[in-house]
Design a protein around this ligand. Structure first.
Ligand SMILES: Nc1nc2c(c(=O)[nH]1)N[C@H]1C(S)=C(S)[C@@H](COP(=O)(O)O)O[C@H]1N2
Ligand SMILES: [Mo]
Length: 246
């Protein structure tokens, strides 16, 4: 890990220099980033949390998340949801609003996709399997109403949000994912259920998914309010070839 490199996801990284210095100092104490990660995690959950709440510094992106992934959360802590208490609501401009449980999602047809994961800050994890229910399946079951143009996603971290146009949301490679790397989706990766938008930068893949709302226009998501592109296609240069060429 190179602590001098600023690879947090936020355009507002410069906003909290004290917090960043403190964390970089802590990272320097560990023999490696991996050793420092629990220290950083504890700091984020206690004192430093005041600085990192909503993580405007992108500090959580310095945390390794295994297998080449970085851990991202815009909140300092996220509640755990199990099969017993997980719920996913589908509402908005639909004929049949629905509430899904983990078991009801598991009972639907599952699709497995293996693609590269690409964070907009530069890191990339090749050929990562994700598996779950096509978002289009849930939208069709709910019956998308007239005037619907977009889909908004909300999360049980209480802060993150994302959006897609209806056309994007209906793509075959957009999943409500229950599994990653052929295992149940771990909490750190947004489990038990996250969105997985294969052809776009990973910030589109909202973790800890709790709400799908069909809307009449695209409402920019959390990072998009802070300057990220709403249309987050990963370019052909990154080895994907199915994004629109417009
Ligand atoms: N709820 C939520 N989802 C999120 C984020 C987040 O901060 N909160 N960060 C996004 C970004 S920028 C990335 S790169 C990935 C990171 O996923 P990972 O923690 O599984 O590596 O989650 C995306 N989804
Ligand atoms: Mo990211």
């Amino acid at each position: 890990m190179n602590p001098s490199r600023s690879d947090g996801p936020s355009p507002k990284d410069a906003g909290a220099p004290v917090g960043r210095r403190l964390v970089l100092a802590m990272l320097g104490l560990g023999a490696a980033g991996v050793a420092a990660a629990p220290v950083l995690q504890r700091a984020l959950e206690s004192g430093l949390g005041a600085v990192a709440d909503k993580d405007p510094t992108g500090l959580t992106g310095l945390l390794p998340n295994g297998g080449g992934f970085r851990y991202y959360s815009v909140t300092t802590s996220v509640p755990k949801r199990t099969a017993a208490d997980y719920r996913l609501t589908v509402d908005g401009l639909v004929d049949h609003p629905a509430t899904h449980t983990l078991d009801s999602l598991k009972a639907l047809p599952q699709t497995r996709i293996v693609r590269d994961v690409q964070c907009v800050t530069g890191w990339r994890v090749p050929q990562t399997p994700f598996e779950g229910v096509r978002l289009s399946t849930l939208l069709d079951a709910a019956g998308v109403g007239p005037g619907a143009k977009a889909v908004r996603f909300t999360c049980f971290d209480g802060a993150y949000s994302e959006s897609l146009t209806l056309e994007q949301a209906r793509r075959d490679d957009v999943l409500v994912a229950l599994r990653m790397r052929d295992e149940p989706l771990a909490h750190a990766h947004g489990g038990p259920v996250r969105l997985y938008v294969a052809p776009m930068y990973f910030y589109k893949s909202a973790k800890w998914l709790s709400g799908i709302t069909v809307t009449d226009s695209v409402r920019p998501g959390y990072w998009e309010e802070l300057g990220y592109d709403v249309d987050a296609w990963v370019g052909r240069s990154n080895g994907r070839d199915d994004a629109p060429t417009v």
